[in-house]
Design a protein around this ligand. Structure first.
Ligand SMILES: [Mg+2]
Length: 241
């Protein structure tokens, strides 16, 4: 990882026709469907250490409570709540072994890109585009390389050991410092995303997918945290800008 978790632009910058501001995307659940990747890896990690099968509703309940943006920490917490104490690093190692597999059978390969063809291209004619994700930079780059090799993001802020994670505002503030005095929006799908935006003074656009196991509750939570809109899908984002 580069110092302070910044990636170089994925592609050389293209000319912005009319700069209306900075549009920042969360990655998981917004640009990328991780139902069968991170969420399933949590389930399998918990099953490995506890012998118990948990539901996706249970995982969403922890996410909706806030503070569980880190899926390694969340896996360990659920295992602990089921009565088993496991060292953090052991949970991380097992989680990663499922997530990446042997390189050809990992859960990461089950991810799907959500943004329809043309969406990012249209947006980048009017906005600077950035990503603020809880992923490590390496995990973000693998997925961007797979699905978005031809798309340009001006800045990718990934998890960094020295920067407080979401719901802290630090990642968004880092993007704001790069583009001072420009209007900014953050598009995210969790309570922690909304709290991060509010603490950074950035407008928040929520995403709650129809397939989310606790969708109605999530919509209400995101609205209560100050979302200017809650979309079913990132492909609707142009309707509220
Ligand atoms: Mg997310």
């Amino acid at each position: 990882m580069k110092p302070n978790g910044l990636a170089q632009p994925v592609q050389p910058a293209v000319k912005i026709v009319a700069n209306k501001g900075v549009l920042v995307f969360d990655m998981d659940g917004v640009l990328v469907d991780v139902t069968e990747s991170y969420r399933e890896t949590i389930r399998r990690t918990v099953a490995h250490f506890t012998g118990k099968e948990i539901t996706r509703e249970l995982i969403q309940d922890y996410k909706n409570a806030g503070g569980w943006n880190n899926d390694w920490a969340l896996s360990r917490k659920i295992i602990l709540d089921l009565g088993i104490e496991v060292e953090y690093q052991i949970v991380v190692d097992h989680f990663q072994s499922i997530f990446f597999g042997n390189g050809s059978d990992g859960m990461i390969l089950r991810e799907k890109w959500i943004a329809n063809g043309g969406l990012i291209e249209r947006l980048q004619e009017q906005y600077r585009l950035a990503i603020f994700t809880g992923r490590t930079l390496a995990e973000a780059e693998v997925t961007l390389h797979r699905f978005a090799r031809d798309l340009r993001f001006d800045m990718v802020v990934a998890d960094d050991p020295v920067r407080p994670p979401k719901p802290a505002p630090d990642g968004l503030l880092e993007i704001a410092r790069r583009f001072p005095a420009e209007p900014m929006w953050y598009v995210g799908d969790t309570v922690d995303d909304a709290r991060s935006a509010r603490a950074a003074g950035v407008s928040f656009i929520g995403v709650a997918h129809a397939a989310n196991p606790r969708r109605d509750e999530l919509v209400a939570l995101l609205r209560a945290e100050g979302a200017i809109a809650v979309l079913e899908n990132v492909n609707e984002v142009e309707s509220c800008l």
